[in-house]
Each structure stands twice: as C-alpha cells, then as structure tokens.
Design a protein around this ligand. Structure first.
Ligand SMILES: [Zn+2]
Length: 275
C-alpha cells in the first residue's frame, strides 16, 4: 500500500495514534470506525466524543475534532442530522450535508468523508472500489425496519456502483447478546422482515433478543450483495462499553457518540505522479 492510512504524528501532536477499526485496504479510501478512546472528553463522554449536541463540553469536542483532523488532513467531513429514518442523500459538499436530515449519504466526490454517529445503532460503511462510490448509513431498529440498508444500496447504484461489487462493513453495535426488545417489536420485525425470524431468540418474560447486524446482513444479501463481501467489524458496544459508547450501557444517562466514516482521499500530485 503506497498510501496506507496512518495517523499523522507531527511535532504538535504528542498523543498516541487514535484507535480506529478498519475493514479494507483499498487505495485512496479513507475509512474507519472510531472507538470512544483517544480523546480529552471526561465523564460520560470519555473520551473521544465528536458529537456537539449531546451535552459534552464544547472545548473538549473541538479538541477531539482537532485530533481527528490531524490524523486525516485535507478532508472535509459531511454529516446529516440523523433522525432514525431511511432517507439517503447524494453528497457533493459538506455544507449540503449539514442542511439535510436523514440517515445515509453516498458520494463519488474526492476529499469528502461521510460520517455517521452511533452508540449501539449499527454504523454501515459501503464501497464499490471500481466505481469509486462510497456510502455511510446509520441503522437503528427503526431504520432497519424502514429499509435504510437497501435504500443506501440503491443510492450507491444510482451513483454507478454495482451491487455485486459493493463491499459492506457493519461496525461496532449492540449485539445479539444484549439487544433485548419487547416481544411485540420482535413480532413486528418478523412480520415485516421474515428473515428476522432466524435472528430472534427468547429473552425475559415478554422480551426477545434480536441480532440487528445479522438482520441487516440478510437484507443486503437478499438485495444481491455477495455474502462474503458483507463483514462485521468490532464487537458488541454494550459488552465493551469501556471501548465504545453504548446507550444501553449508559442506562438512560448521557453518553457520547462514536463516529464511523468513509470517503476518498483528495487526489494529490503525488498520486497523479504514481499513476
Ligand atoms: Zn453484548
């Protein structure tokens, strides 16, 4: 990899590299699932919270952003106001994204990184490396029922991606071990998504456990993505709440959000020279 992603370590940054989980090694792809580690936020937001609207100290959030930008210089971050729906936007600029509500973005633009924020919901990153199309989705149970994953895939295809070539990474999210819901909700899942039956098991009285990532995987495989191209990255957020923000682990108290992101590096002269 001539252009492997590595966090920068210029003289002003004495902190260790940020922990980031990655799925792929595609050339010029910038992507990853952040953990909650490596930042300066404290308490419930400890420590790498990048979300401004969750009650964290704004100065700490700014410092965390500055750390992230020093690891990924020269890219703009595009994010939408997430609403647990299924709307997916084609993004041409980060300003356009800021004005939009929705739970997914796709782009072919260079130098723009699409970012989604989660704490138990499933962050989904997608890429067709040949068509150079990327996507990022936020999928909680409402979004999964509303078909956010297949809507996101359709938006990828509308930009020129091929379903058979689309790679998908399902990031750190609440696992089948911990995602206990009211049985009526589990019934709704099975009624609307018959495949969900395979990913449900009994919990306490009136409760069932659901495997959200497996349900999303089956939605995307049914839509035609080869199943070996759909991978899980990272563990259950609730079981690993020391490494990841988890709403369930916070049990109603405030919490930060972790960011998952994907985009294309801005093309540089060195890139052109090599090609
Ligand atoms: Zn768990």
């Amino acid at each position: 990899m001539a252009l492997a992603q590595k966090p920068s370590s210029d003289a002003t940054n004495t902190h260790p590299p940020l922990p980031i989980l990655r799925a792929w090694d595609f050339r010029d792809l910038v992507h990853g699932f952040m953990t909650r580690q490596g930042g300066v936020s404290t308490g419930a937001y400890s420590s790498f919270n990048l979300a401004e609207h969750v009650g964290d100290d704004p100065a700490a959030v700014r410092a965390n952003w500055s750390r992230w930008h020093s690891a990924y210089p020269g890219v703009q971050v595009a994010r939408v106001q997430q609403v647990h729906g299924n709307q997916v936007h084609q993004i041409a600029s980060s300003n356009q994204a800021e004005r939009s509500t929705g739970d997914g973005m796709v782009t072919k633009a260079l130098g723009i990184v699409l970012a989604v924020f989660t704490a138990d919901c499933v962050p989904i990153l997608m890429v067709d490396p040949k068509a150079a199309v990327v996507g990022a989705l936020h999928a909680g149970w409402r979004g999964v029922l509303a078909g956010i994953a297949t809507r996101g895939l359709a938006a990828m295809v509308a930009l020129g991606a091929s379903v058979e070539r689309t790679h998908v990474a399902l990031g750190p999210a609440i696992g089948a071990c911990c995602f206990e819901v009211d049985r009526t909700l589990a019934d709704t899942f099975v009624a609307q998504l018959p495949a969900a039956k395979r990913f449900r098991r009994s919990g306490a009285t009136g409760k069932d456990y659901l495997n959200l990532r497996a349900i999303i995987r089956s939605q995307l495989a049914d839509a035609g993505i080869p199943s070996h191209l759909i991978i899980d990255v990272g563990p259950c957020t609730r079981c690993n709440s020391d490494r990841f923000f988890s709403r369930r682990a916070a049990a109603g108290a405030a919490t930060g959000l972790q960011m998952s992101f994907i985009g294309w590096r801005k093309q540089t002269n060195s890139w052109l020279a090599e090609n």
